[in-house]
Write a protein that binds this ligand. Sequence first.
Ligand code: SAH
Length: 395
Amino acid sequence: MKQLILKPGREKSLLRRHPWVFSGAVARMEGNPESGDTVALRAADGKFLATAAYSPVSQIRARIWSWDEKETMDAGFLRARLRRAMDARERLIPAEAGDALRLVHGESDGLPGVIADRYGEVVVLQLLSAGAERWRAELTQCLRELTGCACVYERSDADVRELEGLPVKCGVLYGELPAAGVQLREHGLSYGVDVAAGHKTGFYLDQRDNRKRIGELARDRDVLNCFCYTGGFTLNALAGGAASVLSVDSSAEAIARAKDNLARNDLDAARAEWQEADVFKQLRVLRDQGRSFELIVLDPPKFAPTAAFAEKAARGYKDINLLALKLLRPGGLLASFSCSGGVSAELFQKILAGAALDAGADASIVGHFAASADHPVLLSFPEGDYLKGLLVRRG
Ligand code: SAH
């Protein structure tokens, strides 16, 4: 029997159902578990706590599969968890939202380290932990059966794999990618997705509801969309009747794809302007040019993966938010996001308050943003709550 026995008192977080065991909590191992093996976790007094996946390299030494001693870890277990995750989404996300969905969101769906995103007929699987890695074949088979998809494509190239001692692995696991490229529909708009090289698994599904909201707010407004990536907020703003949309991103490939996405839809391209530039610099250029806007979206990349980077990240957030507030006409709206797990919602609000003060702008919160319902946050796993956003109105 492979098992990890914890130090006295170190079972506390598990009793609160936090799904990770850190290396410092482990007293000893029995049965020589190897990377990805299923182990029983026991308290110092021998009491069963959970079944978990062992990861010898990572500081997160074990991730919980099940709290039930009677549950066996096998393909049937994975199938039941996948089914549960898919059923939950069916009732939460309306069909009109489109054909792109996060089917499995790791720890918060009881499948630590497993991400599965669906884009139409293609499912993209991302395995981020030693335990997830071990069950690649079974996960692929179950996803195929449960979704009836034409292709399962693997994108296991996230940085966190290195912490688990796992190599990069990308490519087709089942079927074939469509020759015409992968496509998705969201809120009535069409997009092409680069599942092989795009960010995450190709698209920021977590912003789905927020893109829709921006579309609703954009009517007749001059919009600035910073960090536009493949144009999600841009397209929604145009579809919502924006007077103009200026989109900025430092990546030429992202802008090329955003323009291609615009061309796929029946939207007025004449109202779209594109700038390939560093947002930190470009906001200053726009200020010096005397430009102003009525709706600004700031959706930067992760500045702080962990709390250790929070201070540096705070300076970055404050800088772009201060400049954006200055570019807003009175009565204008700023939709400002942070996907940094290391920056709490409370800290983010403080940063914006500081930015407004320094910009000399009266500003009020008139809305909150979070990830869409296919990115649940298990209450016992607050680490899962990374995306936050505030809608701020300049007085
Ligand atoms: N809002 C997008 C996702 C944004 S992802 C959506 O809904 O799909 C973050 C984007 O920021 C990426 O496209 C990346 O190329 C871009 N980026 C990162 N650093 C940047 C910088 N300093 N200036 C401009 N763009 C940057």
